[in-house]
Design a protein around this ligand. Structure first.
Ligand code: NAP
Length: 442
Protein backbone atom coordinates (compact mmCIF):
# COMPACT_ATOMS: atom_id res chain seq x y z
CA UNK A 1 0.00 0.00 0.00
CA UNK A 2 1.49 3.40 -0.91
CA UNK A 3 2.32 5.82 1.89
CA UNK A 4 -0.46 8.41 2.02
CA UNK A 5 0.71 11.98 2.58
CA UNK A 6 -1.45 15.07 3.00
CA UNK A 7 0.35 18.36 2.38
CA UNK A 8 -1.40 21.39 3.83
CA UNK A 9 -0.66 24.37 1.59
CA UNK A 10 0.08 24.57 -2.14
CA UNK A 11 2.78 27.25 -2.16
CA UNK A 12 6.39 26.56 -3.12
CA UNK A 13 7.12 24.63 0.09
CA UNK A 14 4.10 22.37 -0.47
CA UNK A 15 4.82 21.73 -4.13
CA UNK A 16 8.56 21.14 -3.64
CA UNK A 17 7.64 18.58 -0.97
CA UNK A 18 5.21 16.83 -3.31
CA UNK A 19 7.88 16.75 -6.02
CA UNK A 20 10.47 15.35 -3.60
CA UNK A 21 8.04 12.72 -2.27
CA UNK A 22 7.27 11.45 -5.75
CA UNK A 23 11.00 11.21 -6.53
CA UNK A 24 12.14 9.81 -3.19
CA UNK A 25 9.40 7.21 -2.85
CA UNK A 26 9.52 6.29 -6.50
CA UNK A 27 5.80 5.97 -7.08
CA UNK A 28 5.10 4.29 -3.76
CA UNK A 29 3.24 7.27 -2.39
CA UNK A 30 -0.12 9.04 -2.75
CA UNK A 31 0.18 12.78 -2.19
CA UNK A 32 -2.86 14.97 -1.54
CA UNK A 33 -2.20 18.71 -1.61
CA UNK A 34 -4.82 20.70 0.31
CA UNK A 35 -5.22 24.42 -0.33
CA UNK A 36 -7.70 26.76 1.31
CA UNK A 37 -8.08 28.91 -1.83
CA UNK A 38 -9.42 27.46 -5.06
CA UNK A 39 -6.16 28.58 -6.75
CA UNK A 40 -2.79 26.93 -6.15
CA UNK A 41 0.82 28.17 -5.74
CA UNK A 42 0.59 30.45 -2.68
CA UNK A 43 3.12 33.26 -2.87
CA UNK A 44 3.93 32.53 -6.52
CA UNK A 45 0.47 33.80 -7.37
CA UNK A 46 -0.18 36.26 -4.57
CA UNK A 47 3.24 37.27 -3.19
CA UNK A 48 5.63 37.60 -6.13
CA UNK A 49 5.08 41.07 -7.58
CA UNK A 50 2.68 41.26 -10.55
CA UNK A 51 5.42 42.75 -12.77
CA UNK A 52 7.81 39.87 -12.03
CA UNK A 53 6.21 37.36 -14.36
CA UNK A 54 9.46 35.51 -15.03
CA UNK A 55 9.66 34.52 -11.36
CA UNK A 56 6.14 33.16 -11.55
CA UNK A 57 7.19 30.70 -14.27
CA UNK A 58 8.36 28.26 -11.60
CA UNK A 59 4.67 27.31 -11.42
CA UNK A 60 5.24 25.33 -14.63
CA UNK A 61 7.42 22.85 -12.81
CA UNK A 62 4.82 22.63 -10.03
CA UNK A 63 2.26 21.87 -12.70
CA UNK A 64 4.29 18.85 -13.82
CA UNK A 65 4.14 17.61 -10.25
CA UNK A 66 0.40 18.24 -10.06
CA UNK A 67 -0.07 16.09 -13.18
CA UNK A 68 1.80 13.13 -11.70
CA UNK A 69 -0.52 10.16 -11.14
CA UNK A 70 0.52 9.99 -7.46
CA UNK A 71 -0.55 13.58 -6.80
CA UNK A 72 -4.00 15.08 -6.31
CA UNK A 73 -4.84 18.74 -5.74
CA UNK A 74 -7.65 19.59 -3.33
CA UNK A 75 -8.33 23.32 -3.75
CA UNK A 76 -10.92 25.20 -1.68
CA UNK A 77 -10.34 22.89 1.28
CA UNK A 78 -9.37 24.64 4.46
CA UNK A 79 -7.78 22.66 7.25
CA UNK A 80 -9.44 23.80 10.47
CA UNK A 81 -12.69 24.65 8.64
CA UNK A 82 -13.50 21.77 6.29
CA UNK A 83 -11.31 19.14 7.86
CA UNK A 84 -9.40 19.12 11.13
CA UNK A 85 -5.68 18.44 11.32
CA UNK A 86 -6.46 15.56 13.72
CA UNK A 87 -8.75 14.04 11.08
CA UNK A 88 -6.02 14.23 8.45
CA UNK A 89 -3.67 12.54 10.88
CA UNK A 90 -6.21 9.71 11.11
CA UNK A 91 -6.77 9.39 7.36
CA UNK A 92 -3.15 9.81 6.17
CA UNK A 93 0.11 8.19 7.19
CA UNK A 94 1.90 11.54 7.14
CA UNK A 95 0.75 15.15 7.21
CA UNK A 96 3.08 17.96 6.12
CA UNK A 97 2.34 21.53 7.17
CA UNK A 98 3.33 23.98 4.43
CA UNK A 99 1.09 26.86 5.44
CA UNK A 100 3.66 29.66 5.23
CA UNK A 101 3.61 32.96 7.05
CA UNK A 102 0.60 34.88 5.79
CA UNK A 103 0.47 37.71 8.33
CA UNK A 104 2.46 40.86 9.01
CA UNK A 105 4.91 41.10 11.86
CA UNK A 106 3.80 44.04 13.97
CA UNK A 107 6.07 47.06 14.20
CA UNK A 108 5.29 47.56 17.85
CA UNK A 109 5.22 51.37 17.86
CA UNK A 110 2.45 53.81 18.86
CA UNK A 111 0.02 54.75 16.11
CA UNK A 112 0.22 51.44 14.27
CA UNK A 113 -3.57 51.08 14.40
CA UNK A 114 -4.28 54.32 12.50
CA UNK A 115 -6.16 54.33 9.22
CA UNK A 116 -3.53 54.47 6.50
CA UNK A 117 -1.09 52.01 8.09
CA UNK A 118 -1.22 48.95 5.90
CA UNK A 119 1.12 46.01 6.42
CA UNK A 120 2.89 44.61 3.40
CA UNK A 121 1.05 41.26 3.56
CA UNK A 122 -2.25 43.07 3.07
CA UNK A 123 -0.90 45.59 0.56
CA UNK A 124 0.87 42.97 -1.56
CA UNK A 125 -2.25 40.78 -1.36
CA UNK A 126 -4.31 43.73 -2.61
CA UNK A 127 -2.21 44.46 -5.67
CA UNK A 128 -1.97 40.74 -6.36
CA UNK A 129 -5.76 40.14 -6.33
CA UNK A 130 -5.69 37.87 -3.29
CA UNK A 131 -9.36 37.27 -2.36
CA UNK A 132 -8.66 38.13 1.30
CA UNK A 133 -7.41 41.61 0.39
CA UNK A 134 -9.24 42.56 -2.81
CA UNK A 135 -11.55 44.83 -0.78
CA UNK A 136 -8.74 46.58 1.09
CA UNK A 137 -9.40 49.80 -0.83
CA UNK A 138 -6.32 51.65 0.46
CA UNK A 139 -6.52 55.42 0.38
CA UNK A 140 -3.67 56.42 -1.95
CA UNK A 141 -4.64 60.06 -2.01
CA UNK A 142 -1.27 61.26 -0.75
CA UNK A 143 1.92 62.63 -2.27
CA UNK A 144 4.16 60.82 0.18
CA UNK A 145 4.31 57.16 1.19
CA UNK A 146 6.63 55.74 3.84
CA UNK A 147 7.67 52.12 3.43
CA UNK A 148 9.44 50.65 6.44
CA UNK A 149 12.02 47.92 5.92
CA UNK A 150 14.91 47.21 3.58
CA UNK A 151 13.92 43.82 2.21
CA UNK A 152 12.70 42.72 -1.20
CA UNK A 153 9.08 43.13 -0.18
CA UNK A 154 9.68 46.79 0.68
CA UNK A 155 11.29 47.34 -2.71
CA UNK A 156 8.47 45.49 -4.51
CA UNK A 157 5.89 47.70 -2.84
CA UNK A 158 7.79 50.88 -3.69
CA UNK A 159 8.26 49.84 -7.30
CA UNK A 160 4.62 48.90 -7.89
CA UNK A 161 3.57 52.26 -6.43
CA UNK A 162 5.75 54.30 -8.81
CA UNK A 163 5.60 52.37 -12.06
CA UNK A 164 3.43 53.80 -14.81
CA UNK A 165 0.41 51.98 -16.24
CA UNK A 166 2.45 51.36 -19.40
CA UNK A 167 5.25 49.79 -17.35
CA UNK A 168 2.67 47.53 -15.68
CA UNK A 169 0.88 46.60 -18.91
CA UNK A 170 2.50 43.17 -19.15
CA UNK A 171 1.87 42.41 -15.48
CA UNK A 172 -1.15 40.71 -13.93
CA UNK A 173 -2.01 43.51 -11.52
CA UNK A 174 -5.80 43.68 -11.13
CA UNK A 175 -7.52 46.62 -12.78
CA UNK A 176 -8.83 48.00 -9.47
CA UNK A 177 -5.28 48.30 -8.12
CA UNK A 178 -3.79 49.69 -11.31
CA UNK A 179 -6.56 52.29 -11.52
CA UNK A 180 -6.06 53.36 -7.91
CA UNK A 181 -2.28 53.63 -8.32
CA UNK A 182 -2.51 55.51 -11.63
CA UNK A 183 -4.90 58.06 -10.10
CA UNK A 184 -2.85 58.56 -6.95
CA UNK A 185 -0.85 61.80 -6.63
CA UNK A 186 2.14 59.94 -5.17
CA UNK A 187 5.44 61.73 -5.78
CA UNK A 188 7.75 60.55 -3.03
CA UNK A 189 8.16 57.07 -1.64
CA UNK A 190 10.58 56.68 1.26
CA UNK A 191 12.26 53.35 2.00
CA UNK A 192 13.47 53.46 5.58
CA UNK A 193 16.12 51.03 6.80
CA UNK A 194 16.96 50.84 10.48
CA UNK A 195 20.44 49.62 9.57
CA UNK A 196 22.78 50.58 6.73
CA UNK A 197 23.23 49.92 3.04
CA UNK A 198 25.43 46.89 3.73
CA UNK A 199 22.83 45.33 6.03
CA UNK A 200 19.94 46.00 3.63
CA UNK A 201 18.42 42.74 2.44
CA UNK A 202 17.53 43.79 -1.11
CA UNK A 203 18.84 41.50 -3.80
CA UNK A 204 20.75 43.33 -6.50
CA UNK A 205 18.44 42.61 -9.42
CA UNK A 206 15.56 44.18 -7.48
CA UNK A 207 17.66 47.14 -6.38
CA UNK A 208 18.98 47.86 -9.89
CA UNK A 209 15.46 47.87 -11.27
CA UNK A 210 14.81 51.05 -9.31
CA UNK A 211 17.26 52.89 -11.53
CA UNK A 212 15.46 51.98 -14.74
CA UNK A 213 11.96 53.27 -14.20
CA UNK A 214 10.20 55.56 -16.66
CA UNK A 215 8.91 58.23 -14.30
CA UNK A 216 10.76 57.60 -11.08
CA UNK A 217 14.29 58.33 -9.94
CA UNK A 218 16.09 56.69 -7.00
CA UNK A 219 17.50 59.15 -4.47
CA UNK A 220 20.47 58.14 -2.34
CA UNK A 221 22.64 60.33 -0.13
CA UNK A 222 26.27 59.46 -0.96
CA UNK A 223 27.25 60.40 2.59
CA UNK A 224 25.34 57.33 3.85
CA UNK A 225 27.39 54.94 1.73
CA UNK A 226 30.52 53.39 3.25
CA UNK A 227 33.78 53.23 1.31
CA UNK A 228 34.05 49.47 1.67
CA UNK A 229 31.84 46.52 2.46
CA UNK A 230 33.89 45.20 5.39
CA UNK A 231 34.66 41.69 6.58
CA UNK A 232 32.27 38.89 5.62
CA UNK A 233 32.14 35.66 3.62
CA UNK A 234 33.32 35.86 0.02
CA UNK A 235 29.80 35.27 -1.30
CA UNK A 236 28.20 37.93 0.90
CA UNK A 237 31.01 40.30 0.06
CA UNK A 238 30.33 39.92 -3.64
CA UNK A 239 26.60 40.49 -3.18
CA UNK A 240 27.05 43.50 -0.92
CA UNK A 241 29.62 45.01 -3.28
CA UNK A 242 27.05 44.86 -6.04
CA UNK A 243 24.42 46.61 -3.95
CA UNK A 244 26.91 49.24 -2.86
CA UNK A 245 27.93 49.88 -6.48
CA UNK A 246 24.27 50.24 -7.47
CA UNK A 247 23.59 52.64 -4.62
CA UNK A 248 26.70 54.68 -5.54
CA UNK A 249 25.38 54.94 -9.08
CA UNK A 250 21.98 56.06 -7.74
CA UNK A 251 23.70 58.70 -5.60
CA UNK A 252 25.18 60.31 -8.72
CA UNK A 253 22.01 60.12 -10.80
CA UNK A 254 20.05 63.21 -11.63
CA UNK A 255 16.26 62.85 -11.37
CA UNK A 256 15.96 64.84 -14.62
CA UNK A 257 12.38 65.11 -15.83
CA UNK A 258 11.11 62.26 -13.73
CA UNK A 259 8.12 63.16 -11.59
CA UNK A 260 8.54 60.62 -8.82
CA UNK A 261 11.28 59.66 -6.46
CA UNK A 262 12.09 56.69 -4.27
CA UNK A 263 14.30 57.82 -1.41
CA UNK A 264 16.61 55.27 0.20
CA UNK A 265 17.19 56.39 3.78
CA UNK A 266 19.40 54.31 6.01
CA UNK A 267 20.08 54.33 9.76
CA UNK A 268 16.58 55.45 10.74
CA UNK A 269 14.07 53.59 12.84
CA UNK A 270 10.36 54.41 13.10
CA UNK A 271 9.28 55.40 16.62
CA UNK A 272 5.73 56.68 16.19
CA UNK A 273 3.04 56.98 13.55
CA UNK A 274 1.52 60.43 13.82
CA UNK A 275 -1.96 61.84 13.21
CA UNK A 276 -5.50 61.55 14.55
CA UNK A 277 -7.54 58.62 13.34
CA UNK A 278 -5.67 58.78 10.06
CA UNK A 279 -1.97 58.76 9.39
CA UNK A 280 -0.48 62.20 8.95
CA UNK A 281 3.19 61.44 9.40
CA UNK A 282 5.93 59.27 10.74
CA UNK A 283 8.46 60.06 13.46
CA UNK A 284 11.81 58.39 13.07
CA UNK A 285 14.94 58.22 15.15
CA UNK A 286 18.40 58.20 13.66
CA UNK A 287 20.41 55.11 14.52
CA UNK A 288 23.94 53.76 14.50
CA UNK A 289 25.15 50.19 14.50
CA UNK A 290 26.33 48.54 17.71
CA UNK A 291 27.49 44.97 17.27
CA UNK A 292 25.41 44.76 14.11
CA UNK A 293 22.23 46.05 15.80
CA UNK A 294 20.54 49.37 15.17
CA UNK A 295 20.62 51.58 18.25
CA UNK A 296 18.79 54.92 18.48
CA UNK A 297 21.00 57.98 18.93
CA UNK A 298 18.25 60.16 20.41
CA UNK A 299 17.79 62.45 17.41
CA UNK A 300 14.33 62.27 15.85
CA UNK A 301 12.66 63.87 12.83
CA UNK A 302 9.27 63.70 11.16
CA UNK A 303 8.08 63.02 7.64
CA UNK A 304 4.55 64.07 6.64
CA UNK A 305 2.79 61.27 4.75
CA UNK A 306 -0.65 59.79 4.20
CA UNK A 307 0.29 56.13 3.96
CA UNK A 308 2.70 53.98 5.96
CA UNK A 309 3.49 50.48 4.75
CA UNK A 310 5.51 48.42 7.21
CA UNK A 311 7.33 45.73 5.21
CA UNK A 312 9.22 44.31 8.16
CA UNK A 313 8.67 40.62 7.58
CA UNK A 314 5.85 38.13 7.74
CA UNK A 315 4.55 36.00 10.55
CA UNK A 316 3.09 32.52 10.83
CA UNK A 317 0.29 31.65 13.23
CA UNK A 318 -0.23 28.51 15.24
CA UNK A 319 -1.94 25.56 13.60
CA UNK A 320 -4.36 23.88 15.98
CA UNK A 321 -2.90 20.55 16.99
CA UNK A 322 0.75 21.44 16.25
CA UNK A 323 3.19 22.72 18.91
CA UNK A 324 4.07 26.37 18.26
CA UNK A 325 7.11 28.37 19.24
CA UNK A 326 5.48 31.77 19.89
CA UNK A 327 8.75 33.68 20.21
CA UNK A 328 9.93 32.69 16.74
CA UNK A 329 6.42 32.20 15.31
CA UNK A 330 7.23 28.79 13.85
CA UNK A 331 6.00 25.26 14.42
CA UNK A 332 8.38 23.41 16.72
CA UNK A 333 10.20 20.71 14.81
CA UNK A 334 13.40 18.69 14.67
CA UNK A 335 14.58 19.30 11.13
CA UNK A 336 10.98 19.20 9.95
CA UNK A 337 9.72 16.38 12.22
CA UNK A 338 7.00 17.88 14.45
CA UNK A 339 5.49 14.73 15.97
CA UNK A 340 5.12 11.13 14.77
CA UNK A 341 3.53 11.41 11.33
CA UNK A 342 3.49 15.22 11.38
CA UNK A 343 6.05 17.36 9.54
CA UNK A 344 6.60 21.01 8.62
CA UNK A 345 8.34 22.69 5.69
CA UNK A 346 8.97 26.21 4.43
CA UNK A 347 8.23 29.40 6.34
CA UNK A 348 6.08 27.71 9.02
CA UNK A 349 9.13 25.57 9.85
CA UNK A 350 12.00 28.06 9.60
CA UNK A 351 10.51 31.55 9.47
CA UNK A 352 9.84 33.94 6.60
CA UNK A 353 13.22 34.16 4.89
CA UNK A 354 14.76 33.02 1.65
CA UNK A 355 13.65 32.96 -1.95
CA UNK A 356 11.33 30.48 -3.64
CA UNK A 357 14.01 27.88 -4.30
CA UNK A 358 15.11 27.96 -0.64
CA UNK A 359 12.07 25.79 0.01
CA UNK A 360 13.28 22.96 -2.19
CA UNK A 361 15.78 21.43 0.28
CA UNK A 362 13.07 21.56 2.96
CA UNK A 363 10.86 19.37 0.81
CA UNK A 364 13.70 16.97 0.04
CA UNK A 365 14.59 16.62 3.74
CA UNK A 366 11.03 15.91 4.81
CA UNK A 367 10.48 13.46 1.96
CA UNK A 368 13.53 11.56 3.22
CA UNK A 369 12.18 11.64 6.79
CA UNK A 370 8.89 10.21 5.57
CA UNK A 371 10.68 7.49 3.60
CA UNK A 372 12.69 6.59 6.69
CA UNK A 373 9.71 6.75 9.07
CA UNK A 374 7.36 4.53 7.05
CA UNK A 375 8.12 1.18 5.46
CA UNK A 376 4.72 1.11 3.78
CA UNK A 377 1.42 2.91 4.02
CA UNK A 378 -1.19 1.79 6.54
CA UNK A 379 -3.92 4.41 6.30
CA UNK A 380 -6.59 4.86 3.62
CA UNK A 381 -5.54 8.40 2.64
CA UNK A 382 -7.29 9.91 -0.38
CA UNK A 383 -10.49 7.81 -0.40
CA UNK A 384 -11.15 8.65 3.25
CA UNK A 385 -10.47 12.33 2.67
CA UNK A 386 -12.74 12.43 -0.37
CA UNK A 387 -15.53 10.72 1.57
CA UNK A 388 -15.18 13.18 4.45
CA UNK A 389 -15.30 16.22 2.17
CA UNK A 390 -18.24 14.85 0.23
CA UNK A 391 -20.19 14.23 3.44
CA UNK A 392 -19.54 17.84 4.40
CA UNK A 393 -20.61 19.22 1.04
CA UNK A 394 -17.26 20.87 0.31
CA UNK A 395 -16.82 21.96 -3.34
CA UNK A 396 -13.36 20.61 -3.97
CA UNK A 397 -11.51 22.38 -6.76
CA UNK A 398 -9.37 19.79 -8.51
CA UNK A 399 -6.41 20.59 -10.74
CA UNK A 400 -8.53 20.38 -13.91
CA UNK A 401 -10.99 22.82 -12.29
CA UNK A 402 -8.11 25.19 -11.53
CA UNK A 403 -7.03 24.96 -15.17
CA UNK A 404 -10.53 26.16 -16.11
CA UNK A 405 -10.11 29.12 -13.78
CA UNK A 406 -6.70 29.79 -15.30
CA UNK A 407 -8.10 29.59 -18.82
CA UNK A 408 -10.85 32.07 -17.94
CA UNK A 409 -8.24 34.42 -16.48
CA UNK A 410 -6.06 34.17 -19.58
CA UNK A 411 -9.01 34.60 -21.93
CA UNK A 412 -10.12 37.71 -20.01
CA UNK A 413 -6.73 39.46 -20.23
CA UNK A 414 -5.95 42.31 -22.62
CA UNK A 415 -2.54 41.70 -24.23
CA UNK A 416 0.22 42.01 -23.19
CA UNK A 417 -1.15 41.16 -19.70
CA UNK A 418 -0.77 37.41 -19.15
CA UNK A 419 -4.02 37.02 -17.22
CA UNK A 420 -6.81 38.99 -15.60
CA UNK A 421 -7.08 37.38 -12.22
CA UNK A 422 -10.36 36.46 -10.64
CA UNK A 423 -10.34 37.72 -7.09
CA UNK A 424 -13.69 36.58 -5.72
CA UNK A 425 -13.86 33.03 -4.46
CA UNK A 426 -17.48 32.75 -5.65
CA UNK A 427 -16.37 33.67 -9.19
CA UNK A 428 -13.56 31.11 -9.07
CA UNK A 429 -15.91 28.39 -7.84
CA UNK A 430 -18.41 29.27 -10.52
CA UNK A 431 -15.83 28.87 -13.30
CA UNK A 432 -14.58 25.67 -11.71
CA UNK A 433 -18.13 24.30 -11.67
CA UNK A 434 -19.50 25.55 -14.98
CA UNK A 435 -16.51 26.58 -17.06
CA UNK A 436 -18.23 29.93 -17.56
CA UNK A 437 -16.46 33.07 -16.48
CA UNK A 438 -18.72 35.40 -14.56
CA UNK A 439 -16.74 38.24 -13.13
CA UNK A 440 -17.61 40.57 -10.31
CA UNK A 441 -16.82 44.20 -11.12
CA UNK A 442 -13.22 45.24 -10.46
P1 NAP B 1 13.23 40.63 5.02
O1 NAP B 1 14.11 40.36 3.86
O2 NAP B 1 13.51 39.90 6.28
O3 NAP B 1 13.29 42.21 5.30
C1 NAP B 1 12.66 42.78 6.39
C2 NAP B 1 13.20 44.17 6.61
O4 NAP B 1 12.46 44.78 7.66
C3 NAP B 1 14.65 44.22 7.03
O5 NAP B 1 15.28 45.30 6.41
C4 NAP B 1 14.56 44.44 8.54
O6 NAP B 1 15.66 45.10 9.10
C5 NAP B 1 13.36 45.33 8.61
N1 NAP B 1 12.73 45.37 9.92
C6 NAP B 1 12.30 44.32 10.67
N2 NAP B 1 11.75 44.76 11.81
C7 NAP B 1 11.85 46.09 11.79
C8 NAP B 1 11.46 47.12 12.69
N3 NAP B 1 10.87 46.82 13.84
N4 NAP B 1 11.71 48.41 12.34
C9 NAP B 1 12.31 48.69 11.18
N5 NAP B 1 12.70 47.78 10.29
C10 NAP B 1 12.47 46.49 10.59
O7 NAP B 1 11.68 40.32 4.69
P2 NAP B 1 10.75 40.61 3.44
O8 NAP B 1 11.17 41.80 2.69
O9 NAP B 1 9.39 40.50 4.01
O10 NAP B 1 11.01 39.34 2.52
C11 NAP B 1 10.73 38.01 2.97
C12 NAP B 1 11.55 37.02 2.14
O11 NAP B 1 10.99 36.96 0.82
C13 NAP B 1 12.99 37.46 1.98
O12 NAP B 1 13.83 36.34 2.05
C14 NAP B 1 13.00 38.08 0.61
O13 NAP B 1 14.27 38.06 -0.04
C15 NAP B 1 12.00 37.21 -0.13
N6 NAP B 1 11.49 37.94 -1.28
C16 NAP B 1 12.18 37.86 -2.44
C17 NAP B 1 11.77 38.58 -3.52
C18 NAP B 1 12.57 38.50 -4.79
O14 NAP B 1 13.46 37.66 -4.88
N7 NAP B 1 12.29 39.33 -5.76
C19 NAP B 1 10.64 39.40 -3.47
C20 NAP B 1 9.95 39.48 -2.27
C21 NAP B 1 10.39 38.75 -1.18
P3 NAP B 1 16.84 44.27 9.84
O15 NAP B 1 17.64 43.67 8.75
O16 NAP B 1 17.53 45.31 10.61
O17 NAP B 1 16.14 43.25 10.71
Amino acid sequence: MPISVAIVGSGPAGFYTAEALVKTLDGDVAVDILERLPTPFGLIRAGVAPDHQTTKKVARSFEKTAHRPEVRYFGNVEVGRDVALAELQRTHDAVVLAVGAPFDRPLGIPGEDKVGVIGSAAFVGWYNAHPDFADLDPDLNTETVCVIGNGNVAIDVARVLVKTAAEMADSDIPEYAQRAIARAPIKDVYLFGRRGPIEAKFTNVELREMGRLDECAPVVDAAQLPDAVGEMSERDHRLKEKNLATLREFATQDAGERRKRVHFRFFVSPVEILGGQRVEGLRLEKTRLEGGRAVGVGETFEVACGLVIPAVGYRSVAVEGAPFDEANAIVRSEEGRVAPGLYAVGWIRRGPTGVIATNRPDGVAVAQCIRDDFGAGAKPGRVALERLLEERGVQVVGYADWKRIEQAEEAGAAAPAPRRKLFRIADMLNVARTGEARRSAD
